[in-house]
Design a protein around this ligand. Structure first.
Ligand code: ZN
Ligand code: ZN
Length: 117
């Protein structure tokens, strides 16, 4: 694989058409609305990092645990800046680990929810 044609603005694993469609739909802004674990309160709840030389957005599957290869076939995609993509993966992995722990020890988390009804 030659690196000669590599364009850092266009990740080679996602087709340029998919990439451009997703970026256009996102208006070239990071689409994170808190998935990364940060509230983005200063920018009205959306990250809003604009694609450019300082911050390059990536196109990823909306499922944070999907691989980049999955993103190619997925119909749900997001344009995210690197810090949000990293953050949402961390959050998703943490959530998955916590959910697995809950499932393993249900008695510890068996809250009397019926009482509130
Ligand atoms: Zn972002
Ligand atoms: Zn974010």
């Amino acid at each position: 694989m030659s690196a000669g044609g590599f364009d850092p603005f266009r990740p080679p694993m996602i087709g340029s058409r998919i990439w451009e469609e997703t970026m256009t739909a996102a208006e070239w802004c990071c689409e994170c609305t808190g998935q990364c674990g940060r509230p983005h309160a200063k920018t009205k709840g959306r990250c809003g990092t604009v694609h450019g030389t300082a911050h390059r957005l990536t196109v990823v599957a909306s499922d944070p645990l999907a691989t980049l290869a999955d993103a190619v076939t997925s119909t749900e995609r997001l344009a995210l800046c690197e810090s949000c993509d990293t953050g949402r993966r961390r959050v998703a992995q943490h959530t998955r680990a916590t959910t697995a722990a809950d499932a393993a020890q249900p008695e510890l988390f068996d809250l009397p929810g019926d009482r509130a009804a």
